[in-house]
Ligand binder design. Structure first.
Ligand SMILES: [Zn+2]
Ligand SMILES: [Zn+2]
Length: 142
């Protein structure tokens, strides 16, 4: 993450403001059923590591979406704020939160096998199945 940048944003109603100290500009889209149900479409997110701070944190509701991860959203306006790994506190932040999107690059798509047929992105990306993603994550941690 040598090209990581600081990024700031907020939810729709302004109750929650977020600062990511080191956002990796390589954006991923997740097509898994959970993300599509949560967001209404593919989930475009940037890896922000554990260096994420919130103002108005009392306004964040958290849903435990699996044994290993949880999802945060604003209690008032419903804006999605993060998907994070419980153990490492690694945050994947919806890129729509951030005011400056010029730095972002659409880099990869995951759970490509769960993508419905009715849409397809034209960007040249690195695509992975869920199994390939989990294999890469466990390789990174060993
Ligand atoms: Zn809000
Ligand atoms: Zn997903």
């Amino acid at each position: 993450m040598s090209d990581a940048v600081e990024a700031k944003g907020s939810c729709l109603c302004g109750a929650v403001r977020v600062t990511a100290k080191a956002l990796d500009p390589k954006v991923g889209a997740c097509h898994c059923k959970t993300c599509r149900t949560w967001t209404g479409g593919p989930f475009f997110a940037a890896d922000c590591g554990s260096g994420v701070t919130f103002e108005g944190g009392d306004n964040i509701a958290i849903f435990s979406s699996s044994d290993w991860a949880e999802r945060g959203f604003c209690r008032t306006c419903g804006t999605h704020l993060f998907y994070r790994l419980k153990e490492s506190q690694q945050h994947f932040m919806p890129v729509g939160l951030f005011t400056d999107s010029d730095l972002l690059v659409f880099d990869h798509q995951v759970f490509i096998e769960e993508k419905p047929e009715f849409y397809r992105f034209a960007n040249d990306t690195n695509d992975m199945t869920g199994a390939e993603l989990f294999a890469q994550v466990s390789a990174d941690q060993s």
